[in-house]
Write a protein that binds this ligand. Sequence first.
Ligand SMILES: Nc1ncnc2c1ncn2[C@@H]1O[C@H](COP(=O)(O)OP(=O)(O)O)[C@@H](O)[C@H]1O
Ligand SMILES: [Mg+2]
Length: 447
Amino acid sequence: MTAAQLPPGARVYFPRGSALDVLRCKADEWMLDGPAGTGKSRVCLEKLNALAEKYPGCRLAIVRKFRAAITETALVTFEQHVKPRCDTANQQRRVRQSYQYPNGSEIVVAGIDNPVKLMSAEFDAIYVQEATELSLNDWEFLSTRLRNGVVPYQQLFGDCNPGPPSHWLKKRMDAGLTLRILSRHEDNPRLFTSRGELTPFGTSYLARLDKLTGPRRDRLRNGKWAAAEGMVYDAWRDDLHLIDPFTVPPEWRRFVVIDFGFTNPFVCQWWALDGDGRMYRYRELYRTRRTVRDHAAQIRALTGSEHIEAWVCDHDAEDRATLEQELGIRTIAADKAVSRGIQGVNDRLVPADDGRPRLFLFKGALVERDPLLVDEETGLSDRPTCTEEEIDGYVWAKGANGETLKEHPVKENDHGQDGLRYAARYADGFGKVAPITRTTTRPRSVA
Ligand SMILES: Nc1ncnc2c1ncn2[C@@H]1O[C@H](COP(=O)(O)OP(=O)(O)O)[C@@H](O)[C@H]1O
Ligand SMILES: [Mg+2]
């Protein structure tokens, strides 16, 4: 029977290429690595479902760094396409703890951000979606949870889109500790026919990926572990500066930095300073096409009773006035000087004598992803959706002869970068002047 002859809604899954390798693989640790949309997550979920069916009473897990991110990705595919033979109606996806199979098998759903369910049980297989989000510590922690012994082989596996070549996961695959299985667009029957011809959907999907730029294009379109060229913050390292969130002690200083935007994103970053002057972005809004008034309401709700010592703003007088009025606050004008700000950020990114940098971004600090920045079809964004996603693409401009212009970053997708600069300048002591109250004229730029 071909797919076309099946009744609508019937369950069809024809594995191909790397998907077949995945279903047969018995290695204790492997990774399915490839560009976006090749069918990686689908086959990993198919594998879990097949194990659950084949080995009654086994315990499996679907894991991601943050539990909240699984709801709209893996669980939708799992319930709509893989269609497990268990009751999926009795519980909302958002709060789902596990899938219970009639044969006693169980698939637990958990995030590393709340590992209680992972700590309290042992597993036969764990699937990590978007494994590059994890730290090596997280990965090693998961490997200690595999001792259930119902399936004859115990597996820790995952899928990922390529990241920077310096990533621990790439190094681990290169060292042969994690078996690497390469996934290609040709493996996905939605994109290519069995004769290797593009389907109409495949044509439009790949055209969308072709629109990506910089290292994201290399990674998501071509599957390469590519580094960015000419990055302004060449000291930036995901594994050093992007850290797991912790509860910010109430006595730490806090301030907020705002870069206004409507067509471009409006960015609001909440920062905390520890006793040694290290700065931590612990919350972020990054949204397009909303009024300052709407933002203000959300900022008020998110800030709650936190004591914010300063509101450091981009210079738009009208937007500042609106914000001050809505929040009942006074704002101060940010130091917008580009070179000085970049220097300030860079100085903080470079590890100090104690080996630690002085600027950190909490992982998962984004309050909500702006749906207007995400392509419905691919689930990808051809623009960044938060500050950390901008950093790779924040590069020096090139001169007419291709030479790098070290004073001038390309003015594109840099709204969170503006915030970073303002924040570093404020943390370094700029702006502790008498706050400027509601201005009727545009304040003179300090740049
Ligand atoms: N063998 C297959 N048959 C039918 N649809 C597939 C197959 N493999 C993948 N798909 C579909 O293609 C889409 C992209 O797959 P997904 O697993 O999310 O890709 P990735 O994780 O590689 O980005 C999903 O809608 C998925 O259900
Ligand atoms: Mg996926």
